[in-house]
Design a protein. Structure first.
Length: 436
């Protein structure tokens, strides 16, 4: 392989890497994709939500054979304290459309399928191969990668770094800094297996309908974090994630956090009688717009989680990964079509131009202050306010002979104490400003 040269090398076979590789291979480019796992998806243990229009832009007829779990018709948002949840549900039959908008997927299966599409488009996928470093020419342009196969060097006009949030290739080459612990979350997840009819009954679902629950509150023990529950066909993906910096400060154990979450009285009945067959951990970029590194240079571009392209506020990661990978692949194909154009920093800036004009950067830039607000004031947002909401709700619905005026006074007093001690009004103003 040392003597063989490719138009592009893609490092990684996750969402962004597969999207980039397919976009280029389907346009006739000679593409090599390197994956360190045993097969594409073997390292991607995430249970995820997939937004259909992002994949439709890559493979319009994906519904014909993609391994989709359930199309989502209901979204639940829960604010939890130790014994309760206050929730908002949105369910619509509009989501039972011919081409549904959102699906739950299991990444190990989905990534394998998408990688197979890369091969069908003409790309070459090489698994159990780790890219150990970038290869440079005398002018400082990336011209390929070194691998762990006896120091083998593979040459290409451009290298697409789709190696994930903790990928070492870009940091070793000095193309980006090691992500700060305050900008990365660690999510732990279990896969709970239940009969399909049991899942349908517990969540009020019919056929392939699905439901998602996302929750915040005291379940993260004062840390910035969220819990989630995704319904699959015959399993439930249940997990919780918090910032790595918070785990380091509090010395909380991720699995202990998950264990407490699944024993919460609002969650336990939903997974009762299930068989746990998988436990896994996954790193998620959480820094938002301000953490995005350089996206391109001489002979290289970076996409997906490696580029910190994750909208934590709206829980959008996979779709931003697919979108950025597709845009990078399309930009490289355009450059290549210009008489075999040189893949230098100037030409590859086309990728950044396309990305900057897309919803990806527009959404992230408009919420650039949100991550720091939630992270800085996490004890307020994830402990104090959930407890106050629960206190107010219980005072409203409990009837035990206590005059309502006394309950109203007690609730008002609790909120006034919070306002003076924790800056309730200040947080509300800052939250509204960050959500502009």
């Amino acid at each position: 392989m040392t003597k063989e040269k490719f138009d592009a090398i893609v490092v990684g076979a996750g969402m962004s890497g597969n999207a980039a590789a397919y976009a280029m291979a389907s346009r006739g480019l000679k593409v090599l994709q390197l994956e360190r796992g045993e097969y594409p998806g073997s390292k991607n243990v995430q249970g995820a939500i997939m937004y259909a229009n992002m994949l439709e832009a890559i493979i319009p007829d994906f519904r014909n054979d993609a391994p989709l779990e359930r199309h989502l018709v209901e979204q639940r948002f829960w604010i939890m304290d130790d014994t309760s949840h206050t929730g908002m549900h949105y369910r619509s039959d509009d989501f039972n459309e011919v081409t549904p908008n959102r699906y739950t997927i299991i990444r190990a299966q989905f990534d394998k399928w998408l990688s197979r599409k890369v091969c069908e488009a003409g790309g070459t996928v090489l698994c159990e191969t780790t890219a150990t470093g970038l290869e440079w020419d005398s002018a400082g342009k990336a011209i390929g990668v070194r691998t762990d196969r006896a120091g083998d060097v593979v040459l290409a006009d451009v290298v697409v770094l789709a190696e994930g949030v903790n990928g070492l290739l870009g940091t070793r080459a000095g193309l980006r800094e090691v992500p700060k612990s305050k900008n990365v979350a660690l999510a732990v997840k279990e896969l709970h297996f239940l009969p399909e009819e049991v899942i349908a009954s517990r969540f009020g679902l019919t056929g392939d309908e699905g439901c998602v629950i996302e929750a915040g509150g005291t379940i993260s023990r004062g840390m910035a974090g969220l819990g989630f529950l995704y319904t699959n066909k015959e399993s439930i993906s249940l997990g919780i994630g918090c910032l790595i910096s918070n785990f380091a400060e509090t010395m909380e154990r991720p699995y202990a956090l998950l264990d407490a979450f699944k024993r919460h009285p609002s969650i336990q009945p939903l997974i009762a009688g299930s068989e746990v067959k998988e436990y896994a951990a996954h790193l998620i970029p959480e820094g938002g717009f301000n953490a995005i590194p350089r996206l391109c240079g001489n002979g290289w571009v970076v996409v997906g989680d490696a580029a910190q392209l994750n909208n934590a506020v709206h829980r959008e990661g996979s779709n931003l990964a697919m979108a950025s990978g597709r845009m990078a692949g399309e930009a490289i194909s355009i450059i290549k079509s210009r008489g075999g154009g040189v893949m230098d920093k100037a030409s590859l800036s086309l990728y950044k131009t396309i990305l900057d004009k897309s919803f990806v950067v527009e959404d992230l830039s408009k919420q650039k202050d949100m991550p720091s607000l939630l992270h800085t004031n996490s004890p307020n947002f994830f402990t104090t306010y959930p407890q106050l909401i629960s206190h107010a709700a219980q005072n409203f619905v409990r009837v035990d002979g206590t005059p309502k005026i006394e309950r109203e006074i007690a609730t008002t007093a609790a909120f006034l104490r919070a306002r003076s001690r924790w800056g309730l009004v200040s947080d509300a103003v800052r939250l509204a400003s960050a959500w502009r």
